[in-house]
Write a protein that binds this ligand. Structure first.
Ligand SMILES: C[S@@+](CC[C@H](N)C(=O)[O-])C[C@H]1O[C@@H](n2cnc3c(N)ncnc32)[C@H](O)[C@@H]1O
Length: 281
């Protein structure tokens, strides 16, 4: 499985997320929670509860507590870190390639007055922190978008303290054989060049020096996420004032069916990984 791909550049990715932030907020979640949900069962259609469940599961797996210093890479609108800080009292920083999303996160943080939390514009491939700055690095559904994944792994390893924990959810590319429909509706749609299979991901983290503690396939949850969101998008499109936004949301709704089909064909997936930077000898 390829690990370094430059079909889309970081600039392509940042432009896409800057240009679509307001549209995503208008139909997905006005608070900016824009990641995959962990659903209770097949009948569960409550996206917001499922999205919060993903965050809480990842926080538990990571073992974040009041003494933790946490970096959220690809933090988007900042909700995961703000939730973590509210629940545990941890300190930390969120970093994202999209200036629009960082502005949203900064405004929300200022409004809440959460102590010890800040948000910064930047890339996973050039983390603006000293070695060993964090006890935890977390990330939800963001690292798949990085064209040079080995470089982002090396950066996350560098900024973690010895014994520190990396805890992430991420999109998976289970196979190299991606058909035309999946390429268009899953990958190109969000400027995603290529990813890892579940095993390939664990191998890549091991290659970067991490001890992999958890590598869990969660495909059923991402399928349910797009089933629920497709329905929501169809409903919201009807009330979108801006014709361009309406067209984009309808396009997204149509893609949701194709995304589920891609999951069924094994061309798209979702996983959770927890890994440790070995303690200093
Ligand atoms: C699907 S969104 C998830 C956002 C957030 N984690 C959440 O749960 O709502 C993916 C995010 O990854 C960010 N991203 C993509 N490439 C990045 C990079 N190289 N460095 C930092 N952030 C990146 C995007 O700007 C976007 O905000």
């Amino acid at each position: 499985m390829s690990t370094t791909s430059f079909t889309f550049t970081e600039r392509d990715v940042s432009e896409f997320f800057d240009e679509t932030t307001q549209t995503y907020l208008s139909f997905w979640d006005s608070e900016g929670v824009l990641h995959t949900g962990y659903f209770a069962d097949d009948a569960d259609a409550d996206y917001h509860a499922a999205a919060d469940r993903t965050s809480d599961l990842l926080a538990t797996e990571a073992g974040v507590d009041a003494g933790s210093t946490v970096l959220d890479v690809g933090c988007g609108c900042g909700n995961f870190l703000l939730r973590l800080a509210g629940q545990t009292g941890c300190r930390g920083e969120g970093l994202d390639l999209s200036i629009e999303r960082i502005r949203f996160a900064q405004a929300k943080c200022a409004e809440r007055g959460t102590p010890g939390i800040a948000f910064r514009h930047g890339s996973a491939t050039a983390l603006p922190y000293s070695p060993g700055s964090f006890s935890h690095v977390v990330s939800q559904d963001a690292l798949f978008l990085v064209p040079d994944k080995p470089r982002s792994h090396a950066e996350m390893y560098r900024v973690l303290a010895p014994g520190g924990i990396l805890a992430i959810t991420d999109f998976l590319q289970p196979t190299t054989g991606i058909g035309e429909a999946a390429r268009r509706h899953v990958y190109d749609r969000v400027r995603w060049s290529s990813g890892y299979s579940l095993d390939g991901y664990a191998e890549a983290l091991t290659g970067a020096g991490f001890e992999v503690l958890v590598a869990r396939n969660l495909d059923t949850h991402i399928r349910q996420t797009y089933r629920v969101l497709g329905e929501t998008a169809r409903q919201r499109a009807a009330s979108a004032d801006d014709p361009a936004a309406r067209e984009w949301i309808l396009g997204f709704a149509a893609s949701c069916g194709e995304i589920q089909a891609a999951i069924d064909r094994g061309e798209f997936g979702w996983g959770m990984f927890v890994a440790r930077k070995p303690a200093a000898q």
